[in-house]
Design a protein around this ligand. Structure first.
Ligand code: GDP
Ligand code: MG
Length: 397
């Protein structure tokens, strides 16, 4: 855990300086890559603590029922010919994006498992709880030039919770999503259907519905620098033939991308897309990303596996490439910034961290109920004492 008491004391001394009457500028965090190019920080190999599933109605289940099994076409046969537009739009059921789920499903899992967390009951009090997707956005921030983000943070029983808030610009984009983009999103899910079976050793069934409510989520423990992490991320499938059947090393991430024809197209792919793929899979410990390259007609005719640990090699000698150390050092710096900002333990006191490309991360205090994101059911249940473990019968019983 951060020695927050000491830091608070140190800050008070600075404020008490008699000759410094100027108001302190609001704290902010710069994001320029050059500031974060040190050695790669410590990142604990992520270990899976558990999992949960969301069904076709987006209902939570504390099991792996939504997990699918990697089932690629035989490498000996012809090249694949997956029609990613097949079934669109008739067989497309989308999650209601107006529903802000925030951390709710992860909190549901945490409430049920808080008594059995490795590291003991005090471990959670020093941890940061969030979605993997939020950490991915932090990792890519030093290189992002298009989309900003907002992260809400609060401290409760020692734990720091981070939950994304949709920016006004992202909301406008979502509500005005062009039909072609909606179809592209369908195509990504359709690729998963061509590559996954419902049972280990089974065959894919591309005839069914694509329903984006369904999700399998892994819950992991890790640590970045001195920040213990508990986060969850959606996993596409597990490979029953993987060298290790131990999650997360058996997991596979599936992606689609435009077929490339020129060296310039490949270079741009390595600089932009591989960064996002690397950040997402590295955080969760997913060893391989399998890409399906689609032609202009929407057919996947070739597959390529990108080992997560080899992705950086494609940009290592590129002056305009990305660097994993910068991503991880920035993320660690943001987590320290958040730890030092969110000092009061109060689930109703929310700090909103905001970032737009070209600027620093800024922060504002939000005391209104609108921004509070830990649900009452969670806060109340966590405030109750842990249900005592079932009494083990003594020899006399
Ligand atoms: P990812 O890495 O961006 O895919 O996000 P995570 O793996 O951290 O997913 C966390 C949870 O958010 C899962 O329940 C996902 O189904 C859900 N999720 C993923 N992407 C989106 C999105 O674009 N919008 C919303 N509302 N939920 C999403
Ligand atoms: Mg995927």
């Amino acid at each position: 855990m951060e020695p927050r008491g000491t830091k608070r004391g140190a800050e008070k001394i600075t404020v008490a300086e008699p000759c410094n009457k100027l108001p302190r500028p609001a704290p902010s965090l710069p994001t320029e890559p050059a500031l974060y190019s040190g050695p790669f920080p410590f990142y604990r190999r992520p270990s899976e603590l558990g999992c949960f599933s969301l069904d076709a109605q987006r209902q939570y289940h504390g099991d792996a029922r939504a997990l699918r099994y990697y089932s690629p076409p035989p490498t000996t046969g012809q090249s694949p010919n997956f029609d990613l537009r097949d079934g669109y739009p008739d067989h497309y059921q989308t999650r209601d994006e107006e529903v802000q789920e925030r951390l709710d499903h992860l909190l549901h899992w945490l409430l049920e498992h808080r008594g059995q967390l490795e590291g003991g009951p005090s471990w959670l009090a020093g941890a940061i709880v969030t979605w993997r997707g939020h950490l991915t956005k932090l990792l890519t921030t030093p290189y992002e030039r298009q989309e900003g983000w907002q992260l809400a943070a609060c401290r409760f029983q020692g734990t720091l919770y981070l939950s994304e808030v949709e920016t006004p610009a992202a909301r406008v984009q979502r509500l005005n999503r062009p039909p072609l983009l909606r179809e592209l999103m369908y195509m990504g899910y359709k690729f998963e259907q061509y590559m996954c079976a419902d049972k280990p050793g089974g065959s894919p069934d591309p005839s069914g519905e694509v329903n984006t409510n369904v999700a399998f989520c892994s819950v992991l423990r890790s640590r970045l620098g001195n920040h213990p992490l508990l986060f969850s991320g959606e996993v596409d499938c597990t490979d029953p033939q993987a060298p290790s059947t131990q999650p997360p090393t058996c997991y596979v991430e599936l992606k689609t991308s435009k077929e490339m024809h020129s060296p310039g197209q490949w270079k741009s792919f390595y600089r932009h897309k591989l960064l996002k793929w690397w950040a997402q899979s590295f955080l969760l410990g997913v060893p391989n990303v399998v890409a399906g390259f689609r032609n202009p007609e929407g057919f996947v005719c070739s597959l390529k596996t990108f080992p997560t640990m080899e992705m950086f090699e494609y940009v290592r000698n590129d002056r305009d490439g990305w660097n994993p150390s910068v991503c991880m050092n920035f993320c660690a710096a943001f987590l320290s910034f958040a730890q030092n900002t969110v000092v009061q333990d109060d689930p109703r006191l929310v700090y909103l961290f905001s970032w737009e490309p070209g600027g620093p991360v800024t922060v504002s205090e939000q005391r209104d109920a609108l921004h509070a994101f830990l649900p009452t059911w969670y806060v109340e249940a966590m405030t109750q004492e842990l249900p005592s473990p079932a009494k083990t019968p003594s020899p006399k019983d």
